[in-house]
Unconditional design. Structure first.
Length: 366
């Protein structure tokens, strides 16, 4: 949890120099996206593909995208607040406590880019466990004692009416180490993120994903945040940027292989060393096999608009975060949910021809 001292120290580490947004040589507003992974790999192809001149999604909107590498999610969030970056993915578990402790943070979630829940429960492909309900009484692998997977499984159990007080969580590390623990039957299931499961599969471990409880599955997992003042002063530019992101994501969902090819053409230094492009593409496609679906809303979602959220969703996220941070006053400290999210740009974001993007993606070949 972030307190004001942490905020001040982190902001100081960023220099707290108020950098204004800038325009490139082509006269386009460049949105600096904070990247907490510190490496611009092909998992970002859902966003970067739209920069290719043959697609021109960002150029057509009069904006551009530039990634700024950060060392952590906290640094990425604070870099937006202090104008070192213009946008980045907000993690509710960190964002909501930060707003509660520092009401003047000035950030708001304006575009939901992961409309489905990106948490997963993984078992061996041949496991007798078929549902989340079947994991009761089993050994549940998590990365470490402080891992968010603990809260996530408790939420799933809560929805299913299962006891949450005596779950047997076993720290087993990440990716390959965790997959080995599953394979060797040291744990019966593993709770993690979709891309971690994909990395396990890419390493050759046969795993299976359990269906998530229905309400839990519909909780969003990622939002692009912006400074409230940027939306106030540059509303059309922010909406245009998000619209280009929506087009790029739809293209990547429709034709992931070509989105990856585009990414590597635009960012040749991100090509994996020692592997052919075909090998690299197959690997990333496996890693993104679950994440790719999470870019898109559920088919029966009553609101199919790109980027949209609901007040009920954010109230649920606040309740979840209050539990995970042991802060029962969190909702009161935040106040109205309109302090942390907005749909005011959603109509403008969706002002594009979705069918045309899908058609272009299906026909595109680099």
């Amino acid at each position: 949890m972030i307190n004001r001292r942490d905020f001040s120290l982190a902001a100081g580490a960023l220099g707290l120099v108020a950098m204004s947004s800038y325009v490139n040589a082509q006269g386009k507003r460049v949105f600096r996206a904070a990247n907490p992974n510190a490496v611009l790999d092909a998992q970002q192809a859902f966003a970067t593909c739209g920069r290719h001149p043959r697609l021109g999604y960002f150029a057509a909107e009069g904006v551009d995208l530039e990634y700024v590498n950060m060392s952590s999610i906290v640094q990425a969030m604070l870099s937006i607040a202090t104008n070192q970056a213009d946008t980045g993915s907000l993690a509710p578990a960190l964002f909501l406590p930060a707003v509660a402790k520092e009401p003047g943070l000035g950030l708001i979630a304006a575009y939901k880019w992961l409309p489905r829940n990106a948490n997963v429960v993984i078992v061996n492909a041949d496991s007798p466990i078929k549902t989340v309900r079947d994991t009761v009484g089993k050994r549940i692998g998590i990365r470490n004692q402080g891992d968010g997977g603990v809260t996530q499984l408790q939420l799933m159990y809560g929805e299913l009416g299962l006891p949450t007080g005596d779950i047997n969580f076993v720290p087993v590390g990440d990716v390959g180490v965790a997959a080995t623990a599953l394979k060797d039957n040291k744990v019966d299931a593993y709770v993690t993120f979709d891309t971690v499961g994909g990395r396990m599969e890419a390493l050759g471990f046969p795993v299976r994903y359990l269906a998530l409880p229905p309400q839990y599955a519909r909780l969003g997992a990622g939002w692009f945040g912006f400074r409230k003042k940027d939306i106030q002063d540059n509303r059309q530019q922010v909406a245009a940027f998000c619209r280009a992101m929506a087009k790029s994501t739809l293209f990547a969902y429709t034709n992931l292989g070509q989105a990856l090819n585009i990414h590597w053409e635009l960012y040749p230094d991100s090509k994996p060393a020692g592997k052919s492009l075909d090998e690299s593409r197959k690997e990333i496609e496996i890693i993104l096999s679950q994440r790719r679906n999470n870019w898109i809303r559920w088919p029966d979602d009553p609101d199919q608009r790109w980027g949209a959220s609901t007040a009920a969703e954010w109230k649920a996220l606040i309740d979840i975060t209050a539990t995970s941070t042991n802060n029962p006053q969190l909702a009161q400290q935040i106040g109205d949910v309109g302090n942390v999210f907005t749909n005011e740009l959603v109509t403008d974001i969706n002002d594009f021809d979705k069918a045309a993007v899908i058609r272009q993606a299906r026909e595109f070949k680099l």
